[in-house]
Design a protein around this ligand. Structure first.
Ligand SMILES: Cc1cc2nc3c(=O)[nH]c(=O)nc-3n(C[C@H](O)[C@H](O)[C@H](O)COP(=O)(O)OP(=O)(O)OC[C@H]3O[C@@H](n4cnc5c(N)ncnc54)[C@H](O)[C@@H]3O)c2cc1C
Length: 444
């Protein structure tokens, strides 16, 4: 830590910096020029797991894959494990983290007990809910590395059983599905069955599924979706299923939800030839990054005179009572399918200023990751802008890990510019890190 502090402090004031990290799950591809990388490779491990207190001390750049591998032998996992293996604890806390325990455990930052944060000027501060850096602790979630970097975090863990029993329940309309989500999130049960995990998939307006998961000590059989079988298809094809906890946590990673299809990885022949160890979200993301860099698909489409396509890669959180409106709009005007659905409710009653979701309110995250053709007079951003407006109209919230098009006033209204500015003045007075708008909308 001392090396890192010294290296940062030695940079002349005003020198912009960035994290030098081998993996990323951001979907903004422009690499900002001229920003010196901060080597954080020393913060990529689990320092300690305390089974008695159910906590772990973790380097900020530790991937959830490594974190879970360290906690599972103790029969414990983090309260929320985002489903892509290379998402890091620091990335999820400063960015986005939602998974099927979020309806009861909220988001990853809500189970952080304390964290060491490297400020842009090279100081390391310990931030907790109560100490003199409590404002930074509260403002850190959704700051996307613009207020400093989390180097070490102490987090709460929850006990697990070896297996998860799954039940896929089909609904013929969004309204029906919403009723079931409300019932499960209110009681933790569905028709008297305990529900520990809850997420879902919309394949079409009249075909929605909720996947209910329950911890169990025994399993009559175990499925395997890490090779030839594909998890998202099983949601449609099966009613019940059983997985080890580890396979359950990574069920979406093998095919990047369903996005591996665009890369051919779901074609039976290609899949047989594709080494199993490379069926992983970080491999697919690297392929997409190469494509974006060299504009391969774009050039190919131009040659074939196909219309330009706009990437629509987003996660948005919609208040549950407006979910059916959102899904109708989405089906009519955007038309991407499938859509991932994941209910969440904040665990903390005070809320998080830059993540302005209301405590005690149930939201459903809708995740969609594809491209949509642009009409002859439509410019890039048309579809994303339409989605942003709808989300705002419905009282929802948009994650910032991908492209955004908000104008500046609208952005600061949505993400508490007043609190943010105070934090920026206190912790980054020399402006070494870009502000949230410049980073997430202007992509600097
Ligand atoms: C197709 C797709 C689907 C996704 N689906 C989901 C989903 O369903 N659920 C979900 O939870 N997330 C999802 N994500 C988003 C992902 O979780 C976020 O982008 C997350 O912030 C990435 O974390 P990372 O560790 O990979 O960080 P990076 O991508 O490396 O960085 C993310 C941002 O956080 C900052 N940052 C990274 N580490 C730290 C740190 N230690 N301290 C401070 N700032 C830091 C970086 O500067 C950067 O701005 C999805 C992303 C994609 C592309």
């Amino acid at each position: 830590m001392a090396d890192l502090r010294a290296a940062l402090a030695a940079r002349p004031a005003g020198t912009p910096v960035r994290l030098a990290k081998p993996t990323s799950n951001l979907f903004r591809f422009r690499e900002p020029p001229g920003r010196a990388g901060v080597d954080v490779s020393a913060f990529t491990g689990v320092l300690d797991v305390d089974p008695a207190n159910r906590t772990a001390d973790v380097g900020g750049m530790t991937t959830y894959e490594d974190l879970v591998d360290a906690t599972l032998p103790h029969g414990l996992i983090p309260h929320v494990v985002p489903q892509l293996k290379t998402i890091t604890l620091g990335g999820a806390v400063a960015g986005l983290g939602i998974e099927s325990t979020s309806f009861r455990n909220g988001m990853p930052h809500e189970s952080v007990l304390d964290m060491d944060i490297l400020t842009p000027d090279g100081e390391v501060v310990l931030a907790t809910r109560e100490n003199e850096h409590a404002a930074l602790f509260r403002g850190f979630p959704n700051s996307y590395g613009t207020l400093g970097y989390a180097l070490r975090l102490r987090i709460e863990l929850e006990p697990v059983t070896p297996f998860v029993r799954l039940r896929h329940v089909r609904f013929a309309s969004a309204a029906e599905c919403v009723r079931a989500v409300e019932e499960i999130c209110a009681n933790g049960t569905y028709r008297d069955e305990r529900v520990d995990f809850l997420d879902g998939v919309m394949f079409g307006r009249n075909e929605l599924y909720l996947t209910l998961g329950a911890y169990t000590d025994t399993a009559p059989y175990l499925s395997d979706y890490t090779g030839q079988q594909i998890f998202y298809r099983s949601v449609r094809d099966r009613v019940t299923d059983h997985l080890t906890v580890r396979d359950y946590l990574w069920r979406w990673d093998t095919d990047w939800f369903w996005c591996s299809e665009a890369l051919g990885a779901q074609h039976p022949l290609v899949r047989r030839l594709w080494p199993k160890r490379y069926l992983r979200s970080d491999v697919y993301r690297k392929i997409i990054a190469l494509d974006r860099r060299y504009r391969l698909y774009e050039r190919y489409a131009k040659l074939r005179r196909q219309p330009a396509r706009e990437p629509v890669i987003q996660d948005v959180e919609i208040p549950v009572e407006r979910l059916a409106d959102f899904l109708d709009f989405f089906d009519d005007e955007i038309g991407i399918s499938p859509v991932w659905l994941c209910p969440l409710r904040l665990r903390d009653t005070e809320g998080w200023p830059l993540y302005p979701m209301k405590p005690d309110r149930l939201y459903v995250n809708a995740g969609f990751w594809a491209t949509v053709p642009l009409g002859p007079n439509e410019v890039d951003g048309t579809h994303n802008r339409r989605i942003e407006s709808k989300v705002t109209e419905l009282g929802g919230h948009k994650s910032l890990y991908s492209t955004s098009y908000f104008d500046e006033d609208e952005f600061w209204m949505a993400y508490d510019g007043v609190t943010y500015r105070k934090l920026k003045e206190a912790y980054d007075p020399n402006g070494r890190l870009p502000d949230l708008y410049s980073k997430c909308v202007r992509n600097q």
